[in-house]
Ligand binder design. Structure first.
Ligand code: HPA
Length: 265
């Protein structure tokens, strides 16, 4: 039996057999939703091979349960490329999600803004992304399935649903392009200017590898950024992880409303 099948069995034994309709990966400071789910939490430490997400502000556990009447699997805490140098660090969790029968993935992250009309506290729905970190989670994958088309990486149907949910909640949810930098250092002002020239609207250190892996595994994907700061050099405010965690709740409350409405359908 494959490792993901084994782990899926362990999780089903604990949390029940129904397939989750949505997988959710929550970013820095955005984990509150996981705590509100009626369900079964499995610490990553009980799931051999799951990454030990080491970033403060994340709770490393998988919660399977019900949110707004939908069966969901929530990954509280993702592992980032910059923790290990492995862009495929989230591959096993996503394989397990697929093994559990899930077909849709929603990701959230904290991001720096490149646009004056996206201030800290704003939300941005990813219309597309730029994998600027210079690596790919499918490097080393041997099968021809590695040649994943990325034209529909950000699922049009899910995006429309998220937009409609935001509108119903009176929350602004503009779309934009997310540019993935490896981190863990923040960008220089010159890199931020470069990202703008390349067509990015926000920058961050996550999400893109999971979208690539998600598409590889046949998951429909959508992602929302919570803007926690202006990109380096675009404002006088300092940029730090502490600042990111402090600012995330500003947008997180709006994001939670949108996600709940989206799930209610
Ligand atoms: N850059 C990269 N990642 C981030 C930022 C940023 O400015 N803010 C929050 N995550």
């Amino acid at each position: 039996m494959s490792k993901s099948a084994e782990l899926a069995r362990l999780i089903r034994d604990r949390a029940g057999y129904a397939a989750p309709e949505y997988g959710l990966i929550l970013g820095s400071g955005l984990g509150h939703l996981a705590a509100t789910i009626e369900g079964v939490a499995t610490p990553y430490s009980d799931l051999p091979g799951f990454p030990h997400a080491g970033v403060s502000g994340h709770v490393p556990q998988l919660v399977i349960g019900t949110l707004e009447g939908r069966r969901v699997a929530v990954f509280g805490g993702r592992a980032h490329y910059y923790e290990s140098g492995r862009a495929d660090i989230m591959r096993l969790p996503l394989e397990v999600l697929r093994e559990l029968g899930c077909e849709r993935l929603i990701l959230t992250n904290a991001a720096g803004s490149l646009r004056a009309d996206l201030p800290p506290g704003a939300l941005m729905l990813l219309s597309d992304h730029i994998a600027f970190a210079g690596t790919n989670p499918l490097i080393g994958e041997a099968s021809d399935a590695r040649f994943v088309p990325m034209t529909d990486a950000h699922d049009a149907g899910m995006r429309a649903g998220l937009k409609a949910a935001a509108e119903a909640e009176g929350v602004d949810l503009p779309e934009g392009v997310y540019c993935w930098f490896s981190g863990p250092s923040f960008e220089t002002p010159a890199e931020i200017r470069a990202a703008r020239v390349l067509g990015a609207d926000a920058v961050g250190m996550s999400t893109v590898p999971e979208i690539i892996l998600g598409r590889f595994l046949g998951l429909r994907c959508a992602a929302v950024s919570v803007i926690t700061n202006m990109g380096a050099g675009l404002s006088d405010e300092s940029i730090s992880h502490e600042h990111t965690k402090a600012m995330a709740p500003l947008g997180a409350a709006k994001l939670e409303k949108v996600l709940r409405r989206f799930l209610r359908g």
